[in-house]
Design a protein around this ligand. Sequence first.
Ligand code: NAP
Length: 503
Amino acid sequence: MPSTGGAMPSVAVIGGGFAGLAAAHQLKRHGYSFTVFETEDGPGGTWRVNRFPGAEVDTPAPMYSFSFAPYDWSRSYPGQAELQSYLEHVADRFGLRAHFRFGTTVRRLVWEEDGQRWAVHLDTGEVLRFTAVVTAVGLLNVPNEPAWPGRELFTGDIFHTARWRSDVALDGRRVGVVGTGSTSAQIVAELGGRAKHLTVFQRQPAWVDPKVSLPFTEKERARRRHPVTRRLIRWRLFLQLERKWLGGRIIRPGGTVDTRAVKICQDYLAEVFADHPDLRAALTPTSAYLGKRAIHSSTFYPTLLRDDVTLVPHAVERVTETGVVDATGREHELDVVITATGFRAAEFLCGLEVHGRAGRDLREKWGDDPMAFLGIMVDEMPNLFMMYGPNTNYYAPVFNFEQQAKFVVRSLREMRRRGASAVEVRPEAVRRLNRWLKRRLDASSFAQAPNYFRSASGRVVTQWPDGASVYWLLTRTLHARSARFFRAPSASDSPDNRHLSVP
Ligand code: NAP
């Protein structure tokens, strides 16, 4: 369904995971010319890169998939390989693969005022020009690698979970896993019993609730393939989750939803560690349920009870030739150290240099406080759209990607309708929305504990504080009202008047 108005803008999409595919699907549907730049050699994004043992999603598949691309899932919580296959399937089914440039990394974006377009600098040295850019690089893509003193001395192997080394043997060796987030929980459960001894280093615990992840029977799969059942299941899941998130109920510390969730986790702790009060105490968080990202696992806690697994409830402080030293000064001899230390989530677009209007450097503009309009647009950055930008992380990222992709297409269509060549969010719209976000988030569970949600400024910059329906409504209603449109300067414009607003 091509739009009406001026020439169709060309669009560069950076990243070919869930978000990039959502953008590509919308752009294709509306007849845009676009290229998806992807560093890896195929689509999949985070699910292509994160190949650690046990990697699987925590959100039930019917919610963790596109509304436009249902799938015959083998289980409710699919693993990495199946999720990657799904994303490859989406790329093929909707003819998106032909728009990809694999093995290509975008390094730099520079807005060119005269041409009203972005110069997209690639790692190959090429510079290509596009009317608009959609960044879809993910939230959890740049590993947070601890800069421990002595790292270079270690004679064993040390690597981050997102840079998994399948060439490093783990079976029968002394393995240390540093960190106890969702990634660690999955790896620990896989390595317990495989490693000669597994040592798990925990700085601060998160709440863990049990998760049953079983394959579907053939009969169940057939039932779920029926389009009506499929829709009903998706809607039921959506309503269940939305009931908790709408109005920020789940992130109100001490509120009904929070208290109920904490109680489930406390009961689970009490049940698994009934005979191990020390472990139970060490694993009990002091924050609200979502002070840290909650872990959903029925295998993590039982693994910690094994004789060949030790929980060290202390941070790692330094590395020696033969192991690591924890915060109490005790050394642990290890053959392999796996850093499950998360990602630099609060440093949005940190792998990309972006210069917007008048050369404005996005990194300088943000400093320690990245903020955007609905996580999508930033003032002074015309025709730049982010997927999974600041304050859009919560239970429904894939739903959000679809809304963000539609927002992009609506904005570009409006730009063409007005005969404009650029669209930019109004700074006051960014400020207003972020004042509301800050009010909600400062009082939320997210602000309670150390976590990856907060930037160096202390503000919660990754999380969305409300339901999916609120995000949907705001992306539908605010886009044109919060934007301003510009037309390309012409030769007859005076130098003082080269930037004309279009009503
Ligand atoms: P994470 O939640 O940020 O956890 C990182 C862990 O490393 C924390 O326990 C942290 O301790 C610890 N840590 C960081 N630096 C450390 C240091 N210098 N010494 C000792 N410990 C240190 O990262 P993640 O587990 O990779 O998960 C990130 C996100 O990925 C999740 O929140 C989730 O959104 C996503 N994910 C999802 C799934 C799934 O769907 N199943 C699976 C994996 C990941 P502190 O807590 O004390 O900071």
